[in-house]
Write a protein of this length. Sequence first.
Length: 157
Amino acid sequence: MIKLEPYRYTVSAIRASTVGCLPVAAFHRLLEGSLEFNQYLMAQINERLGQFMAARVTDRLRNPEIRVARSLLALFNPVLYPAVDPFFQITQQELSYLIGIPRQRINAALQQLVAKGAVELDYGGVRVIDAQRLGEIAAQRDSVPRGPQSESASMAR
């Protein structure tokens, strides 16, 4: 976005998407002359950086329920997605791609979130019915044992 070099990363959309583009000259004109544009841009970059860092922490968790809860909350971000609907039109397979765990574990985690009253499963998607409850679940510590390597590391502390 800000770098004047070729984009070196592969990006794959899991469905049809709309991407806004702005000519480089117009972008830099706004960057140099608009305080509102700079504030908006900084808020977006800050929120994306926070989301990226949280995603890296979430990737290390072993509890699928917490991983799914955190990932759904990331999609429910009012700064990045101000007009978000509590119904996410997303399949379990798409969640599997986004979160990086098998669809069967996504299904089991979603069933646990349903049982706890945080979400409902509708045809073709997930509806957040209690964002506060979902946040409480997402804030839990990873409760699945990590195995002998983690135990020896914690004993060394």
